[in-house]
Design a protein around this ligand. Structure first.
Ligand code: FPP
Length: 241
């Protein structure tokens, strides 16, 4: 076994694809919802650890636009857990100084969840600790199309000239307009894909893929991924002497 790499650099923005809840449950002969429930506990642990470690932004892929295609019962279980998380954790997040932000097509979520999200976002808006970004009903391509439509509207209304469309003006129209790009993406459960997550934003992100199923992800697993990140040399396409 190789030694853990020490944490030498804390990334400003960590994004996580929380994968493997179903397989975690299956390995224990439990229903899939048990994996999601344990996954929700892992979210609590990792949010706290990220704040304590001084990470500024943590973006979690909570529910993708493709996840709507899962059986109705599982979608309903996931939405139930989201309600529970928001109800149980709102005060705790606020007490920890966390600022909540949600990205994705929230119009597809149930009205009571939309209200809950708006409530927690409003309550935590002025907090200065970790910004917790939860991607819900989120798809990267759809986000890019949405930004393109807004830019096209600006051009049509004459407030933007086509030649003034730059990477910066375009980025500003994404859900993440005021959030820096992720420095590190972690995906759990051994899968090595980005699955339509933050496609534009991850142009220069470092990827760390780990075999652990999401429900078993904890502070030590986060530290291990940060150690791996610290070993990477980020060149952004340039040559570094
Ligand atoms: C992937 O596991 C995980 C999800 C689809 C959703 C993540 C949800 C949670 C961690 C629960 C609570 C969420 C929040 C935001 C409070 P999978 O079902 O794809 O696992 P599998 O690939 O092993 O089947």
């Amino acid at each position: 076994m190789h030694a853990e790499k020490p944490v030498t650099a804390i990334p400003r923005h960590v994004a996580i694809i929380m994968d493997g809840n179903g397989r975690w449950a299956k390995a224990r002969h439990l229903p899939r919802v048990a994996g999601h429930r344990k996954g929700m506990e892992a979210v609590r642990v990792v949010v706290r650890a990220a704040g304590e470690l001084g990470i500024d932004y943590l973006t979690l892929f909570g529910f993708s636009s493709e996840n709507w295609k899962r059986p109705e019962a599982e979608v309903s279980d996931l939405m139930g857990l989201l309600r529970l998380y928001l109800r149980r954790e709102a005060r705790e997040l606020h007490a920890q100084g966390v600022r909540l932000r949600v990205i994705g097509d929230r119009s597809r979520l149930a009205p009571d969840i939309q209200d809950q999200l708006m409530g927690v976002e409003a309550m935590t808006r002025d907090n200065t600790g970790l910004t917790l970004v939860i991607a819900l009903s989120y798809g990267g391509r759809a986000e890019i199309i949405c930004a393109a439509q807004q830019v096209a509207e600006d051009v049509k209304r004459g407030v933007l000239a086509p030649e003034d469309i730059t990477e910066e003006t375009f980025s500003a129209h994404l859900f993440t307009g005021d959030i820096p790009d992720p420095d590190l993406l972690i995906r759990t459960s051994g899968e090595k894909r980005i699955s339509n997550f933050l496609l534009w934003q991850m142009a220069y992100t470092e990827f760390v893929f780990i075999d652990t199923f999401w429900p078993d992800f904890d502070r030590a697993a986060l530290l291990s991924a940060l150690g791996e990140y610290g070993q990477r040399e980020r060149r952004y396409g340039a040559i570094v002497a």
